[in-house]
Design a protein around this ligand. Sequence first.
Ligand SMILES: [Zn+2]
Length: 497
Amino acid sequence: VLHTNDDLGRTRRPRVLVGAFAMEANTFAPGSTTLADFRAQVWRVGRQVGPDALGPMSELAAAWRVLEERGYEIVPSVAAWSAPRQPLAPEVLDAVTRAVTEACDPPVDGAYLMLHGSAVAHGEDDPEGVLLGALRTRLGPGRPIAISLDCHANLTPAMVAAVDAVSAYRTCPHVDTRRTGEQAARLLAGALEGRLRPVVAMATRPMITPPQLHDSGREPFRTLMARCAELERDGVLAAALLPVQPWIDAEGLSWKAVVTADGDVARARAVAEQIIADAWTVRREMLAEPAPRIDEALAAALAAEPPVVLADAGDATNGGAVGDSTELLRAALRKGSGRILLSVMDPAAAQAAYRAGPGAVVAVDVGSGGAGDYNERTSLVATVQRVFDGSFAYTHPVNAGYRASTGAAALVRSAAADIVLHSRSVGVIDPALYETLGADPRAYDVVQAKSHVSHRAGFARVSERTIVAGTGGPTTADLRSLDYARRPRPLFPFELG
Ligand SMILES: [Zn+2]
């Protein structure tokens, strides 16, 4: 049985702080992700946090069980999760940091945090670095901190300096969440029990690539990720490649490798260099083939056997876009008619249609952007078919059971398309939004999805035929079209070839 001595010499079980703070920011998406947005998704503090706060397959659940089985007293701190979104309002980082530091009283012996790793707050490029720095200050040296990350993390020197062990996903799509959480918890336990002296080193190369080919089922990414597993078998404690998500305009944005070794920081550094050097060698193979523009993609979709899933790459709701693009709507209006089903997040238009009610004809402006923007304001006259204000459950195999609130929403019909207007950002990686509004995607020629890859699994029950449209927006695959101000220079694929 594990035990440690408290300040008065009494024996007690060692206490381990456990928590989760997971969100992927997209700095090209307009607006902020607020505390209210977290509360509408996952937000629990202190004793409200249980092992399954993020589901039984999460890193949090896996780490929790490892630590509990080994006899540790678990001290829950916070479970905060948002789908990829706009940068955080500063209040979110403050609240997460407060929840974590307050859980350190009475003192804990070590800590595990499940992080995504690429949060950005308005005014702060490195929220996880701030959080981990505060935790380290609170714990002092000698009390281990282990973290787990999504492989799309933007790992920073401040994060590395604060922690003793790092684990990260080795699969994309991310199906090794349990392995990742268990690895972090085992390294933490090894450090707490004096069996391991984990040390962390990071290596980087100046490169970013769009995520379409961050696919551990495809070369060359498959080999890069498999190499990390081999290096662990050769004796480092944890090895990970981090092909950062590219839509964050922040200092230090680049692919990285992170290695945890037992007591030998030079070894950790050398292995991290080896992993990232291999990635640099194949960087050009990681650039996706250009996708057709929207008019061309829509024409191809309408020409194929229906239904066809048309993926709007620039408005990918699983990459931080909020779903407010009007590119496909405008293409449908140019086309003039078609059995096309699409969605646009626009609170004003959605509320107007919701208030008008079924049967009413409404004239609304959809989109908030200027001429030429991906979300260019577009006038629409349509008949309201159905209204809704509530939440629905995703049916995507990876997200099944996670819920989302639409706010006031309506299905409206114009000559050119049927359009779901909704007030809150929701994922369109499966047909659940459309079905919630009473539209059957199988009855259309073309159905819009909002992702680069994920819709293939989510919309498989509608159609296997998909076309990715090379649209603009916060998650465009055309990284050169984005207006980066803070990213490092030179950087591949911009100044470096
Ligand atoms: Zn990811």
